[in-house]
Design a protein around this ligand. Structure first.
Ligand code: ACM
Length: 510
């Protein structure tokens, strides 16, 4: 049988037979690091996660104890030798998971996938797994601007992503349709800029306490939050609050034609924008009051964000003259660097002299235009790296097929095989492989309103992306993935996660 492990581990040795989990199985914490209290906290946190995972599947929460294991127990041991995210899982007389903080968590996710029902018993196949990730940046993005999702929904999204070993949560916090984060120095942003969402859906925003709760939940699942304030375009909602710093909506012939072809309304200055057309808005690039605003906003955001990254957008500034756009991206990335954070931008900003080390997020197609490829290479030339999010394979918001009820289709129809079969380092010619920091799957929210909708677009394609992010190229193969992912429906069902079950896969019940 092919074991239902996604992402595929680096080294998997299958032995014969299986371990039956004792009905009295315990989680046993072995003291691998006597005296180190942070290690102890990490292994205690992992013990609780492991007990929850067993309870979810088996229906009984094991006791957590210190000391010597007995056959059929689950053993956790802190071992920093596997690096920050690596781990081992050995199933012999006991189930033994070793690693450091995130590694222990990932080992537990692997055990979650190995558990199998055998009549009344729960078993795990006897294996030796030695595993570590390929890419350091393994991201998913949720667009909370076009549709606002409450804290509980974002937490649920984190739990889903972390189970597939994603470690970055990019939150698209602002767009034409709404501003979603409390900024104390600019209270009108949420008072006036957060009241609605796309199609007139309810608005909403995160207080600072809400945001900190999201950051904490992400951290407990070994995910760093990458907050995005999209600039200089996608800023109509700022104008509802502070009209003095945004331009009048740009209405050139191309933008009017685009709005017509998408059947989207044109924005009206001072009124909430309920459509999903793009490219009409811009902050005033040459006005110093804009820069005072940006300094205030980005300083508060930097203070709230423990992770190293602040994303400042840069996509689809369609009505902004190129020289103005470049000047803006140069200055805003310098501001982020001055605040002690690494700037991240969409790839268009590669045209500018962005701050040294800025990370670019590539969202063109897997076969790039010459201009997009040039823009992506520029980040590496300036000491930065590139996150690969090709819109025709990695976008989680595109439809699976033309008849799928949710999703858009402007980039592509992305079935599971298309979501799986692409190679992040083979997209942009002459971009060194080391310059690819990782991959990210953006989930834009024009067509989704609930957690069930999120699940429909997320599962199973996020599993394909997770394997692209984690597994070495020689471990990746579509027919193998297709078989392995078919065993995961049962894991997702046990967690009460929904999702699409496309006919490309034989979904087994185990
Ligand atoms: C994007 O899809 N506008 C980054």
């Amino acid at each position: 049988m092919t074991l239902p492990l996604v992402p595929a581990p680096s080294i998997l040795v299958e032995r014969t037979g299986a371990l039956a989990l004792a009905s009295s199985a315990r989680v046993v914490v072995e003291d691998g690091a006597p005296g180190a209290s942070t290690h102890r906290e990490q292994v205690d946190a992992a013990a609780s996660v492991l007990a929850d995972v067993i309870a979810e599947r088996v229906g009984r929460r094991p006791e957590i104890v210190d000391g010597a294991a007995e056959p059929g127990d689950l053993v956790l041991r802190h071992d920093p030798d596997h690096g920050a995210e690596g781990y081992t899982v050995r199933v012999g007389e006991v189930v033994r998971i070793e690693g450091a903080a995130a590694g222990l968590f990932y080992g537990i996710q692997t055990v979650r996938q190995l558990l199998m029902r055998d009549g009344a018993a729960w078993t795990l196949p006897r294996v030796d797994i030695d595993d570590a990730p390929r890419f350091e940046y393994r991201g998913v993005m949720l667009d909370v601007a076009r549709t606002f999702f409450d804290v509980d929904t974002v937490k649920a999204f984190i739990e889903r992503a972390a189970s597939l070993k994603f470690n970055r949560l990019h939150l698209h916090l602002t767009d034409d349709q709404g501003w979603r984060l409390q900024i104390e120095s600019r209270p009108l942003l949420t008072e006036k800029g957060a009241t609605t969402a796309v199609f007139g859906r309810p608005g909403g925003f995160y207080t600072k306490a809400d945001f900190q709760e999201i950051v904490r939940h992400a951290s407990a699942h070994h995910m760093l939050v990458v907050p995005e304030i999209d600039l200089p375009g996608h800023t109509h909602a700022i104008g509802l609050a502070y009209p003095g710093i945004v331009e009048e909506p740009v209405m050139n012939d191309a933008l009017i034609a685009q709005a017509e072809s998408l059947n989207q309304p044109l924005p009206i200055s001072g009124e909430p924008y309920l459509g999903w057309g793009v490219g009409h808005s811009s902050v005033k690039i040459h006005d110093e009051s804009t820069w005072e605003f940006l300094r205030d906003v980005l300083s508060e955001l930097a203070d709230l964000t423990p992770g190293p990254y602040l994303h400042v957008g840069g996509d689809e500034a369609l009505g902004t003259p190129p020289a103005d756009f470049d000047a803006f991206m140069e200055r805003v990335t310098a501001l982020v660097a001055e605040l002690g954070k690494t700037p991240v931008t969409w790839h268009e900003a590669g045209s500018a002299q962005v701050a040294e080390g800025t990370i670019g997020q590539y969202w063109g197609s897997v076969t790039p235009s010459a201009a997009h490829a040039d823009e992506a290479r520029r980040f590496a030339e300036r000491g930065g790296r590139v996150i690969m999010s090709p819109s025709d394979t990695a976008y989680l918001d595109q439809k699976y097929d033309a008849d799928f009820a949710l999703g858009l289709d402007w980039a592509a129809l992305i079935d599971l095989k298309t979501a799986y079969e692409w190679e992040p380092t083979a997209i942009v010619d002459d971009l060194p492989a080391e310059a690819v920091i990782g991959v990210e799957g953006p989930l834009w929210s024009e067509t989704i309103a609930t957690l069930a909708d999120i699940d429909q677009l997320f599962f199973p394609r996020a599993a394909a992306l997770a394997e692209t992010a984690w597994s070495a190229t020689d471990r990746r193969e579509w027919s193998s993935f297709r078989e392995r992912v078919g065993g995961l429906g049962a894991v997702w069902d046990a967690a009460e996660w929904g999702g699409h079950r496309p006919a490309e896969v034989n979904w087994s019940n185990r």
